[in-house]
Design a protein around this ligand. Sequence first.
Ligand code: ZN
Length: 214
Amino acid sequence: MEPHVFHRDKKPGWIEVICGSMFSGKTEELIRRLKRARIARQQVEIFKPALDNRFAESEVVSHDENAIPSTPVDAAAQILLLAGGADVVGIDEAQFFDAALVEVCERLARDGRRVIVTGLDQDYLGAPFEPIPQLMAVAEYVTKLHAICVVCGAPANHSQRLVRDGHRLLLGAKESYEPRCRRCFDPHGGVSTEAQTSETPTTSAPAPPPSRLV
Ligand code: ZN
């Protein structure tokens, strides 16, 4: 549940996590919360991993192109340096940051800021996707969103990878993933045996920007 009151005097900080599968509306929900804070004249800063350059360099862009300006950062620690006097710190696509993001968010919250983090809670195999599970544990508020299974129409909890690529981080074009429920999810459905034996998660080169990415 999103907290509804910001106690300006006492400056209590907290962490909100918005998680779920791809196509579940995480970024749209982040943007909705940040826009409300801006209307209340709270200072808002938004960060995203520099890795996630599917869209415009300096904007958080949800799939419906509802965009707000953001700052790309290479490492979570940079957020501490760049947060300035922000009352509200938004962090998008948090699964692309390493475990240091957890301490960064906790420090921001201890410093009296509202921290809103979005990210995938599972990878393409259905395994917990760090650091989101750790952030969920320390957060005051967790919102789990669902997409709709393209096979059966049930609430979808998983991101089904449709291409044969065993890398954990694969920036998704629309043709690379689709939302699936637990029954319809097939974690190895689109992945070659050779790719599954790779033990070192590496980052695939992002796809060139076609006109319609997810
Ligand atoms: Zn289904």
